[in-house]
Design a protein around this ligand. Structure first.
Ligand SMILES: Cc1cc2nc3c(=O)[nH]c(=O)nc-3n(C[C@H](O)[C@H](O)[C@H](O)COP(=O)(O)O)c2cc1C
Length: 325
């Protein structure tokens, strides 16, 4: 029988399917369901910078308030305080040996460093830094924005011994450059990519409204491209997030170099059994092809192992690649 175990962030996972950070992992019951369903690891919901700032300076309307984020949090039922978060880590750790990865969201400077050490003390096996930031000021300079992210990872890495994974969005001029800088700053892993809250417009109410909450299965192509390009080249292990709806998609992402893959939207859509189904598909595929270990597959189609690296930079549909013109 195939060995599905993988190593990610220096942790041994029984398989490469991780429950991604979301409301699904915001309670001990949700975490337990994911573990019972067979998840290789669980990323807890993010504790948002706004939550921590609100506790430290409970003044309404401060310059740091982010109304969109607050609305998002309220909609997700994610307004618990920081002590509850630390309890969630402790409870999750009590229930099994499956690695528990805490998550914090922020794009500030060293704001998280102190709290990160409390997360480590509570027993989290690793910390995912959810580096979400929407630069609403057109004059904000790209280099300065990225410098802040690097400074944040540097500060957190100095304050904790547990491994850190930086979760970023895909909208950077050169994700690889930013990823390499984050790795040098102390991120052992990169999660590619975050999916941010989508906005929409309600024409009847003439107001902003929430866009679709879930990703679609096609979303994985973005992670697949970048993981294939960056595997072995930025000094970090890579974790896929976005559009992983089944085990075969997870295998594709592993083939291009992912160490592990996260699932979120499909679990919202189909329940925690989607994790069990994906693990079963991976096992069946490996058994049918006599692939003994995940490491026998990982990175086989990564750019650095390819005789045709130019294929990885293609942007246009060309006959040579698609066979369709
Ligand atoms: C309802 C919902 C809540 C989410 N909350 C968080 C969060 O707190 N922190 C985070 O890093 N990502 C969060 N995400 C993003 C997911 O972890 C994941 O990166 C994204 O949804 C893409 O994966 P998917 O296609 O499997 O959903 C959330 C996603 C959804 C749908």
């Amino acid at each position: 029988m195939a060995d599905l175990s993988v190593s990610f962030l220096g942790l041994k996972l029984r398989n490469p399917i991780i429950l991604g950070s979301s409301g699904l992992s915001s309670t001990k019951e949700g975490v337990k369901k994911a573990i019972d369903a067979g998840a290789g690891a669980v990323v807890l919901k993010s504790l948002f910078e706004e939550q921590l700032r609100a506790e430290l300076a409970p003044v309404a309307g401060t310059a740091d308030a982010h109304p969109e984020a607050e609305a998002f949090l309220a909609g997700m039922g994610m307004n618990e305080g920081t002590n509850e978060y630390l309890d969630l880590i402790r409870d999750a750790k009590k229930s099994s040996d499956v690695p528990i990865i805490a998550s914090v969201n922020g794009a500030g400077d060293s704001f998280w460093a102190e709290f990160a050490s409390r997360i480590a003390t509570a027993g989290a096996d690793a910390l995912e830094l959810n580096l979400g930031h929407v630069p609403t000021d057109p004059s904000a300079n790209a280099a300065a924005i990225e410098d802040r992210l690097v400074a944040l990872v540097t500060a957190v890495a100095k304050s904790v011994r547990i491994p850190i994974c930086a979760k970023v969005g895909s909208s950077y001029t050169n994700v690889g450059n930013l990823g390499a800088r984050l790795a040098k700053a102390g991120a052992r892993g990169l999660t590619l990519f975050n999916r941010f809250y989508r906005m929409d417009v309600d024409l009847d109410a003439m107001s902003l409204s929430a866009g679709p909450m879930r990703s679609s299965p096609e979303a994985y192509h973005e992670s697949l491209r970048w993981i294939s390009i960056l595997e072995g080249r930025v000094g970090a292990e890579l974790c896929a997030s976005g559009g992983v709806y089944d085990g075969l998609t997870a295998l594709r992402l592993i083939a291009v170099g992912a160490s592990a893959t996260q699932m979120c939207s499909v679990v919202y859509a189909k329940g925690y059994g989607a994790i069990t189904a994906a693990v079963g598909e991976i096992e069946a595929w490996m058994d049918a092809r006599k692939v003994a270990r995940i490491s026998d597959l990982r990175g086989r189609l990564a750019r650095r192992n390819s005789g045709a690296p130019e294929l990885y930079g293609r942007l246009q549909y060309v006959k040579a690649l698609t066979g369709q013109g």
